[in-house]
Design a protein around this ligand. Structure first.
Ligand SMILES: Cc1cc2nc3c(=O)[nH]c(=O)nc-3n(C[C@H](O)[C@H](O)[C@H](O)COP(=O)(O)OP(=O)(O)OC[C@H]3O[C@@H](n4cnc5c(N)ncnc54)[C@H](O)[C@@H]3O)c2cc1C
Length: 481
């Protein structure tokens, strides 16, 4: 290939914005500190052509290849002892195609970070239909583990993917989309590439279906947990995006409901910005929002967690104080600003997707275990929702889903808590988030996913197992080849 001689920028300094090693030889690490590793080589291709050559060269040398986005998975999804790829140079929007129904198909380079994408879309008057609660991830990394937000009528990020470009082991670029005939090789490649832990090859571009920019009215209110559970269906189905945080050891929850704001509400917000009484109310709500973000996610929360680490016996009282410190508030803002929060406190996390009907029993069991064990857990349990979808490896495949996430402050022990929670989740038919901690293997996961279809596509597109790693071996099975 003509470009072969000008690629493979193998010095670690070319790896921009991945969790930066302190020294050139320092290992790479995940955000949560759950894995650290030393790849054989680190490469940051400048464009799709270079990417193809890097992959083909690695395959020819017998090395495996794994791209990493922001390293925000807690599992070993991005770990490799072969060639580590940063796609940070492959960033930005390539094309926008307005659709007759008002949506748009936006083709995005795979390394684009979600916060950059949100900004670029906003400038075009567009937005992602739904998002998770942070925006640090890359587009490819986020879809590859099934990143999701909340909303009973909405699916996770892979359901918003309409097409992909994937670099195969021979360096060739293949395109695939949902327009391909069901059962055709292109359609099957699309299914694995839009949520497949990088097993279908390296994504170089992703076509997303996005919507006209919209604003949300965010309502946050502390409720008794029992009220949330008694009114669950109304709460979840009656709001565009419903979620809640439950504080272990208490029966209190912080509810969060986000619904499309009306033009009147947006105009009132604009008037408030221009001054007057509304401005006072808005300023109050924003101050409250910032305070709550501190209580739930950042500065004050770090202090709470340090106290919990130093004196675990204080945790029940700390949780009671945190639960009471959160106040009610309503505000209106552009969708991405409402979906996304900052997370400065380092934690580890396990999240399972459950049949929605199992939620109440699962929370009861978790509560009983936490009370009986006295386990110190200063982090709230997070509960979100999603519609059933048909993505091969989606945790919401074929069923209305409630996501339950347990977290622990990174320096504190999590094994006993996560192991107990996982037993409860698995007994309820739970499926682990592909990017969050769990101990499941392909043997158990085969009951939930079409792993035979996955194996067939992998054998077809990656006969030399260039895109495998220990994590794909564990959860998808050892690839043929
Ligand atoms: C603070 C925090 C908040 C989070 N919030 C949420 C949330 O709200 N909802 C949720 O569902 N999850 C959430 N997550 C999990 C997170 O969204 C996923 O783990 C996501 O995969 C991380 O994206 P990343 O860009 O860091 O990908 P990485 O972790 O770097 O990689 C994930 C996978 O994608 C693969 N990959 C990356 N780039 C490519 C590519 N170009 N081609 C092929 N494969 C590729 C990697 O090899 C790996 O298998 C959160 C995680 C953290 C740390």
């Amino acid at each position: 290939m003509a470009v072969r001689g000008r690629v493979c920028r193998v010095t670690p300094s070319t790896v921009a914005r991945t969790p930066a090693p302190a020294t050139p030889d320092a290992p790479l690490r995940t955000w949560g500190g759950t894995h650290s590793w030393q790849p054989a080589r680190r490469v940051a291709p400048r464009d799709e052509g270079e990417l193809g050559v890097v992959v083909a060269d690695a395959a020819a040398e017998g090395l495996t290849v794994r791209a990493m986005g922001a390293g925000h998975s807690f599992t070993g999804a991005a770990v490799t002892d072969g060639v580590h790829l940063s796609l940070d140079h492959l960033s930005g929007i390539e094309a926008v195609a307005p659709q007759p129904d008002g949506s748009s198909l936006v083709t995005v380079r795979a390394g684009t970070r979600l916060h950059d994408l949100n900004r670029l879309l906003a400038a075009l008057g567009l937005a992602m239909r739904n998002l998770g609660d942070i925006d640090r991830q890359s587009v490819a990394g986020a879809i590859s583990t099934g990143t999701h937000g909340t909303g009973a009528r909405l699916g996770g990020l892979p359901t918003q993917v309409r097409g992909v470009r994937v670099v195969a082991a021979d360096g060739a670029v293949r395109s695939a989309s949902d327009a391909a005939a069901p059962g055709s090789p292109d359609r099957e490649l699309f299914e694995l590439a839009r949520l497949g832990l990088g097993a279908a090859g390296v994504l170089s571009a992703v076509t997303l279906e996005v919507v006209p920019a919209f604003w949300l009215r965010a309502q946050e209110e502390p409720w008794p947990l029992d009220r949330v559970l008694e009114e669950l269906d109304e709460y979840v189905d009656g709001n565009d995006h419903a979620e809640f945080y439950w504080f272990p050891g208490t029966r209190r929850a912080l509810t969060k409901r986000n619904n499309r704001a009306t033009v009147d509400e947006i105009e009132a917000w604009a008037a408030a910005r221009a001054g007057g009484l509304g401005a006072v109310r808005t300023a109050g709500a924003r101050a409250r929002a910032l305070l709550d973000e501190e209580v739930l996610s950042n500065g004050a929360f770090e202090v709470v967690n340090r106290l919990a680490f130093a004196a675990p016996g204080l945790v029940p009282r700390l949780n009671a104080v945190s639960a009471r410190a959160l106040g009610a508030k309503t505000y209106v803002a552009p969708s991405a600003d409402v979906f996304v929060t900052r997370r400065r406190v380092r934690f580890v996390e396990m999240e399972y997707a459950l049949p929605r009907a199992a939620l109440r029993g699962v929370l009861d069991e978790l509560d009983a275990w936490l009370r009986a064990s006295g386990e110190p857990v200063p982090f709230p349990v997070e509960v979100r929702f999603a519609a059933a979808d048909d993505v091969w490896l989606s945790t919401a495949r074929g069923r209305e889903t409630a996501y339950v996430a347990v977290h622990q402050y990174a320096p504190m022990p999590h094994q006993r808590y996560f192991s107990a929670a996982e037993q409860i989740f698995v007994a309820a038919g739970g499926r682990p988030h592909w990017g969050k901690m769990h101990t499941r293997t392909a043997e158990g996961l085969a009951a939930h996913y079409p792993l035979d279809d996955v194996a067939r596509v992998r054998a077809d597109v990656d006969p030399g197992s260039v895109f495998r790693n220990a994590y794909t071996d564990t959860v998808l099975g050892v690839a043929a080849g």
